[in-house]
Design a protein around this ligand. Structure first.
Ligand code: NDP
Length: 287
């Protein structure tokens, strides 16, 4: 197992090292960032602002978005605006894209990052919750992509999909969330194939993240996850680098995402065990 794994790591390293990122790549680019009021989305907005992009930000909380827009302008954004609303409503998702057309005159990058609230615990059987989460975390991504595609084709732009390790391997305690992230992989990986067949030059970067130190994630999981979260500003920058380089997939951090996933095809049960061993589990009654 060790020698083929080492070969794969070297091949991937060679593949990743073939081009280098420069902040100028994003200067003047017209970018939508969803879920930009907090967490990784907020940090991506700040990095884009420093690089001189035009940013159109969205989330539900207007007051937070106002602050993020103000900070983006201070940091040097070519322009910064927001549209507030909920991604439970596909009409709102489409409205955000129309707004980009109206105020930016086109779009170079669509960053799909928002995530609806869910619980951390054993699956409770609430089918309506799964449906609602699919609407927020999956269907709105599909709706925004569909609406944005004519503009992205014209600019030969990029779609960035923020996903998770929980969208590549089964995770306990986040069953509805994991389901929505797996759905994203299915949709966007298939769409990428169709783009290749049709010679559509729009890149799709699927971002596989480990545990990141955003307030929501730390509140939900810090006590039960036996690992330290990675910094959200660094994570945000790595996503933008991967997107600018038109990577197919981006793994952050590599050691806690890509390396364990190498086991998936040759030792799936070992990988499942390693995932479970990340949690500090309470003793099971009767066990
Ligand atoms: P946060 O909870 O910090 O941010 C989520 C964003 O989504 C906020 O801006 C929130 O704003 C917005 N949002 C929530 N509900 C809705 C809604 N119904 N409609 C529109 N916007 C909404 O999340 P993170 O920064 O931690 O996560 C960002 C991405 O990274 C997500 O896709 C997540 O799955 C992924 N990820 C994160 C990990 C982590 O450990 N942090 C690990 C793996 C993946 P508002 O409440 O104002 O609407």
């Amino acid at each position: 197992i060790l020698i083929p794994s080492l070969g794969l790591v070297l091949a991937f390293w060679f593949y990743s090292a073939r081009d280098t990122f420069k902040p100028e790549m994003l200067r003047g680019k017209r970018v939508i960032v969803t879920g930009a009021s907090t967490g990784i989305g907020e940090q991506m907005a700040y990095h884009l602002a420093r690089m001189g992009s035009h940013v159109l930000l969205t989330a539900r909380t207007e007051a937070r978005l106002q602050n993020v827009v103000r900070r983006c302008l201070e940091l040097g954004a070519a322009s910064a605006r927001f549209v507030s609303g909920t991604m439970e409503d596909t009409a709102f998702a489409q409205h955000v894209v129309r707004e980009a057309q109206a105020v930016l005159g086109g779009l170079d990058m669509l960053i799909l990052n928002h995530v609806g609230a869910s619980y951390f615990g054993f699956f409770d059987g609430d089918v309506e919750h799964v449906r609602k989460l699919l609407e927020i975390n999956f269907l709105s991504y599909v709706a925004m992509t569909t609406s944005a595609l004519p503009m992205l084709k014209e600019s030969e732009g990029s779609i960035v999909v923020v996903s998770s390790m929980a969208g590549k391997v089964g995770f306990p305690f986040t069953v509805p969330y994991s389901a929505t992230k797996f759905a994203l992989d299915g949709f966007f990986s298939s769409l990428r194939q169709e783009f290749a067949i049709q010679s559509i030059n729009v890149s799709i970067t699927l971002c596989i993240l480990g545990f990141i130190d955003t307030e929501r994630a730390v509140r939900a999981a810090a006590e039960v996850l036996a690992e330290r979260p990675a910094p959200r500003d660094e994570c945000a920058l790595e996503i933008l680098k991967g997107a600018a380089l038109r990577r197919r997939e981006l793994y952050y951090r590599y050691s806690s995402t890509r390396l364990p996933l190498l086991l998936r095809d040759c030792a799936a049960e070992l990988l499942d065990y390693l995932v479970r061993s990340r949690y500090r589990l309470p003793a099971t009654p009767g066990a």
